[in-house]
Every structure is written in structure tokens, then in C-alpha cells.
Design a protein around this ligand. Structure first.
Ligand code: PRX
Length: 648
């Protein structure tokens, strides 16, 4: 328990405002408006100053090049290497023996790597990549569990200038195939299996079925993580351990151009085809380095834990590149919060004396359901800062997190950003910003954000509108891989000159930003982004399905859950068995994260006269609301029928 008010935070009675404690403010890296003022005076100059904190092999000529919008460039002509900035730089500065990664596996196995040791592993892995024929500009797909080797492989790619495409380990082999194909990867790095809740799940044997369908793929490296047997195809497949034990120990970093591609990360869009979001080297690193330092008030003795999987952008930016470029000690856990028991996270915080915890609202709401006794039974006094990301955090969850995990001592940074933005865009600065539970508060210094109406004009306070970013920022996506047209269309066509986020938002009368969720056909299931069209395509792929409409239904824990409305082909009839089959089919096509919570059979789907499915009305039905405007429907009877059947 916190002993005195001095170290307690302070919330005004109705919890509209929560202030960091005096103690936190006093010790914070930033405890006044200097960073905001600096950025307000000159945003470009601000980012240039931030870039000076990294090690460049050659300094840039131009900080920001806006000559060819929306293809903006940052730090042009500058040369640097990401792995050098994440590893060698700290060793050169005398921090080689500091722990870089502390890993605990689900079974309790522990790996601790100092910066020196991590560099050695990364250099070996970089040499292995070279042996596999990978060079600058080649793409490597990484489909791995949460392991130190996953981070090592990513950093090894950056060492030699290869572009990584990490695919979340929970995606199905078919989803993996689509992403390997779209990125033209030459190499796949994977494992024989993963550990999850006491069971072992095969990876390479499952992927075996799709590898032959990927013409670009030449080699596969397999890490043995489980006891699951597997075969290696001679000439193509290699064992991680064998390669790593028989290679050179040093590898000089490739001098990369600031605008050379760093990675592709596939994310869901509003069509069935995932978007290859492309990030480049210099601007991305400046963005994540700066935001990690200031949003998390990073101190040299912090033990930082971000619970996101490396397969998502949060894992890229705030498990790997942000913290390691700051020289932080990063804790990584392989497993889930409920295995072997529901206090696993609190046990780990106690054991490793975690100081900063960055997690998702879904997890927080789950912990709430499990009850406060579990965290109360553990010593969480090492924690000093909490973070939330991925979806709107409801004030109730915010206050629970604040009270039962942070013990009313720890500020909470509710960070809004996207795969596309690369770095945190809206967040409190924990030593400066009075927080409002449920609001992500203000834009990070050097970023300009607004809420606009249908015409792109600033919306008045308290009025709902669209969240836009007004000026380019260093870690923005540069394009969608191989699809400039979709890049321009998706982000730059709604409001000329403004980046459209796809989110609805509101500013209150104190200028605080409140995110209201997506306004497009993208679902947010437990903080994971899934396109309605992706799930619809997976359903229609099943022989029984004629057509489908998928919506996100409000869910008290996951934020949203998937409801699917399905019309069947003539000779098929709806049954529980078919529901199970269809759910399984979606899992096969995409992965367990996209499994529909409910499937509802209907004779017709509600459509406008131009044939567009009106998902909005289906959402009204699923969430038990009165139906919205039905005047544009081709046949209003259809929706009435669905409503009656659904509620019966
Ligand atoms: O809708 C917003 C929501 O997550 C979307 C971005 O998803 P993704 O690219 O997968 O990245 C997630 C992790 C950065 C956004 O468009 N979102 C993210 N953070 C927040 C949020 N919604 C509300 N509050 C947040 N803090």
C-alpha cells in the first residue's frame, strides 16, 4: 500500500481529473511544458533535435521533404542502422552488461541477455540470414511465438538491411501464405510449435501445407521450441540451432538510408485483402525512440513490460525498437495471463519487479472480472507507471487499473495510435498532463491532431467527428506495399491534405480528445484489428454460404465480438453443426482471433437499392437497439424479419 499522500495520485471527487502525484512529477523526465513549447515553436526543428539523440553514420541533408505529397520523407540522405542504435550504441556508451531482454517462458524457463549478449546473437543471426541468401532489400517473413529469437531475427534483418514481415503467430497457415505471397518473401523463420496454456501447438508442420504454394519462398529456418516432431525438407529447411552454432560471431551493420524500408506489417483494411503497411528506417526509429522515452518517462533502472505480441505494431514499436533504442531492460513473457493461474501477470510483476506495465483494455476488463483479490495478494509496489493501448478504455476499467494495479500511485498513459502511425500519437505525458479516465488526452509534441466534420472543418467542442492528423510525422507509414493507389485512397482522399485515421472522436471543452472507435468496416476484437470483409470472405469461401455480413457487436470484455449474418445456398439448411463448421472455417482461413461469437442464418441480407449491405442495421439488431433509418432499404421487410427471428 502506498504510505503517504505524497506518493499517491490525486483524483478529484467525480474522477473527471486525475493528477500525477507530486513525487512522480518531481522525478519525471518531463514535468513542465518545455517539450510542448519546443514543438509548438517549430515542429520540424523539434523532430530534428530528437533525431540528434540517435547515432547516424551520416547526417541528413533535409529533415522533412514534402515536395511529393502524400509521399513524405524524413531525414533524407541520412545514414543509420537500426540494430546499431538498439545495441552497439549502448555498448559503446558503457552499458554492455545491462540486461536488454529478460524472458520467461510459459513453463518457467528464463533467458536473460545483456546488450553485449544480444548483440552477439543478432550478429550470428545476421550471418545466418546472409548464408540463406538474404541481402539488403530482401523480405523475410517471421512467424514465431513470443521468444527472444523472434526479437533477434527482427534485429538481424535490420543489421543487414533486410525487410521483415512479422506475421502474428496466431494467424492460420492460409493467412500466413497470403502474407508471404504479398510480400514476396524469400525466407520464412518459424518454430516447430508454440506453448499455450500447457499444450503444444504445431507450427511448421501446419505451415508445411502452404509453403509449396509460395513461389517466392526459397528457404525455411525452424526453431525447435517444443517436443512436436517435424521433418525438414532437405535443401530448403534448416534448424535454427545448427545454423547459429556454426556461424561467424561478428557482423558489421549495413549503412541504411533513412528512407530505406525497415519492415512491412500486414494489417486489416476495409477489403478482404490485408494492407502491407510499410515503415522506413530513420523516421520510424526517431518516432518510437522519442515517444518511448517521454510517454513512458523512461529511466535507466526501469524494468519495462509490454504485454503485446511481437506480431502486432505494439510489439514492434514498444517491445523491440522503442525500448531497445533507449537502452531499456525489456521483459518478455511467452504465455497468457490465465495459465497456470489467473494471477500469472501479478506473479511476474512481483518476481521481476516490473516498473512499467503497458497492456490492453481487454486484458484489464478480464482482470476486473477475475476480481481484485488476485492482484491484492501480490506485491506490485515496484510498478510506477501504467499504459493502455489498442482500443478505447472505459472510465470504469481505467479506474480499476489505477486503483487495483497501480495502487493509486501510478499515472496511466492511455495511448492512441495505429499500425500506420508507427508511434504513439495521442497520450498524456505522465509527469505533466492531468488525466481524464477514458480520454487519451492530447497529441504528443510535434504531432498535430484534429477532430473534423464531414467537410473537413474543425468540429466544435463536444461534437463527434473524424480524427485526423494534420501534419506529417516522422514514423508515418510511407505507403502500402505495392499499392500506392490504395495508400492514397485510404488515408488521403477523404479530407485533402489531412491524414484520415478511420476513427471517430470528440474533443471536450477542455480540448481533451475522446476516441469513439472506428467509423469504417474495421472491427476491434480484444484490441486486434480485423476487417469485416476478411471474415465475410472467409465465410463465403465455405461451400454452404451464399452471402454474409459481419458486424462488431459491443462486448463488455473484448470491446467487440464478431456476429455474422449468413445466407445459405439453396440446398443447405442452417443447423448447430453448420454453425460450428463455419466458425471452424473462419479459424482455418484467418486464425482463432477471427472466430465469430455468433452466426445467424437469414434468408436475405438487408441491402440498399444499390445493393450495399446495411451493416449498421444489423448492428442495431445485435445490440438490441431500435432500428435506425431504414428508408434507403430495397426491401424493409427483410430487416423486420431478421429482427423478429434474432430476438426470438
Ligand atoms: O481504433 C483505434 C484503436 O486501434 C486502431 C489501430 O489498430 P492497430 O493498427 O491494430 O494498432 C493498435 C495498437 C496501436 C485505432 O484506429 N486504438 C488504438 N489505441 C487506442 C485505440 N482506440 C482508443 N484508444 C486508444 N488508446
Amino acid at each position: 500500500m502506498a504510505a503517504s499522500n505524497e506518493i499517491k495520485m490525486y483524483c478529484v471527487e467525480d474522477s473527471t481529473f486525475c493528477y500525477p502525484s507530486e513525487n512522480f512529477q518531481k522525478n519525471a523526465l518531463i514535468n513542465n511544458n518545455e517539450l510542448y513549447n519546443m514543438a509548438k515553436t517549430d515542429g520540424i526543428d523539434f523532430w530534428e533535435k530528437m533525431a540528434e539523440g540517435l547515432k547516424w553514420f551520416r547526417k541528413w541533408e533535409t529533415v522533412f521533404d514534402e515536395s511529393n505529397p502524400p509521399y513524405y520523407q524524413w531525414f533524407t540522405e541520412g545514414k543509420l542502422n537500426v540494430s546499431y542504435n538498439c545495441l552497439d550504441r549502448h555498448i559503446d556508451e558503457g552499458r554492455g552488461n545491462k540486461r536488454a531482454i529478460v524472458f520467461e517462458g510459459e513453463k518457467g524457463d528464463v533467458v536473460s541477455l545483456t546488450y553485449k549478449e544480444l548483440l552477439l546473437e543478432v550478429c550470428k543471426a545476421a550471418n545466418v540470414l546472409k548464408q540463406m541468401g538474404i541481402g539488403k532489400g530482401d523480405t523475410v517473413t517471421i512467424w514465431m511465438p513470443m521468444l527472444p529469437e523472434t526479437v533477434i531475427t527482427m534485429l538481424a534483418c535490420t543489421r543487414i538491411g533486410a525487410v521483415h514481415s512479422v506475421v502474428f503467430g496466431g494467424y492460420s497457415p492460409e493467412a500466413l501464405r497470403d502474407r508471404i505471397d504479398a510480400s514476396g518473401s524469400k525466407l520464412l523463420v518459424t518454430a516447430n510449435g508454440s506453448n499455450r496454456k500447457g499444450k503444444e501447438f504445431p507450427m511448421i508442420t501446419n505451415a508445411g501445407t502452404i509453403i509449396d504454394e509460395c513461389p517466392s519462398l526459397e528457404k525455411v529456418i525452424v526453431l525447435k521450441r517444443t517436443d512436436i516432431p517435424f521433418d525438414l525438407k532437405p535443401g530448403r529447411d534448416h534448424l535454427w540451432d545448427e545454423l547459429m552454432n556454426n556461424t561467424e560471431e561478428s557482423c558489421s551493420p549495413e549503412e541504411m538510408d533513412a528512407e530505406d524500408p525497415l519492415f512491412i506489417l500486414y494489417s486489416s483494411g476495409t477489403t478482404g485483402k490485408p494492407k502491407g503497411i510499410l515503415h522506413t528506417t530513420g523516421g520510424y526509429l526517431v518516432g518510437v525512440n522519442t515517444t518511448f522515452r517521454y510517454v513512458f518517462d523512461y529511466k535507466d533502472d526501469d524494468i519495462y513490460w509490454c504485454t503485446a505480441d511481437i506480431g502486432w505494431i505494439t510489439g514492434h514499436s514498444y517491445v523491440v525498437y522503442g525500448p531497445l533504442s533507449c537502452g531499456a531492460t525489456v521483459f518478455i513473457y511467452e504465455g497468457t495471463p490465465d495459465y497456470p493461474a489467473r494471477d500469472r501477470f501479478w506473479e511476474l510483476i512481483e518476481k521481476y519487479k516490473i516498473t512499467i506495465l503497458y497492456t490492453a483494455p481487454t486484458a484489464i476488463r478480464t482482470f476486473m472480472r477475475w476480481g481484485e483479490d488476485l492482484p491484492a495478494a501480490r506485491d506490485l509496489s515496484s510498478l510506477r507507471l501504467l499504459g493502455s493501448v489498442g482500443e478505447p478504455i472505459n472510465p470504469e476499467a481505467w479506474l480499476w487499473f489505477y486503483k487495483h494495479i497501480g495502487n493509486e500511485r501510478c499515472p496511466i498513459v492511455d495511448t492512441w495510435w495505429q499500425t500506420e502511425t508507427g508511434m504513439i500519437i495521442i497520450s498524456p505525458l505522465p509527469g505533466v498532463t492531468p488525466m481524464k479516465p477514458g480520454s487519451a488526452t492530447f497529441p504528443f509534441p510535434g504531432v498535430e491532431v484534429d477532430v473534423v466534420d464531414d467537410d473537413g472543418n474543425s468540429a466544435p467542442p463536444e461534437q463527434r467527428g473524424y480524427l485526423v492528423i494534420k501534419t506529417p510525422w516522422p514514423s508515418m507509414l510511407r505507403t502500402l506495399y505495392n499499392d500506392n493507389e490504395r495508400y492514397e485512397q485510404t488515408y488521403w482522399s477523404q479530407f485533402p491534405g489531412l491524414y484520415f485515421t478511420g476513427d471517430g472522436a470528440m474533443k471536450d471543452s477542455d480540448d481533451y480528445i475522446w476516441i469513439m472507435g472506428r467509423v469504417d468496416d474495421i472491427l476491434n476484437i480484444s484490441g486486434h484489428r480485423i476487417g469485416t470483409m476478411e471474415v465475410e470472405s472467409a465465410l463465403v469461401d465455405h461451400p454452404a454460404v451464399a452471402e454474409s455480413a459481419v458486424i462488431g457487436k459491443e462486448d463488455p470484455v473484448k470491446g467487440q465480438s464478431i456476429s455474422a449474418f449468413v445466407t445459405l445456398k439453396e440446398k443447405y439448411e442452417g443447423s448447430n453443426d453448420l454453425v460450428d463448421q463455419l466458425k471452424q472455417h473462419v479459424v482455418k482461413k484467418i486464425g482463432p482471433i477471427a472466430r465469430p461469437g455468433e452466426i445467424f442464418f437469414t434468408v436475405e441480407l438487408p441491402k440498399t437499392r444499390s445493393g450495399k449491405i446495411m451493416r449498421r442495421l444489423l448492428r442495431d439488431i445485435a445490440e438490441g437497439r431500435r432500428l435506425g433509418d431504414v428508408t434507403t432499404l430495397m426491401d424493409p421487410n427483410v430487416i423486420e424479419e431478421i429482427k423478429n427471428k434474432y430476438s426470438s
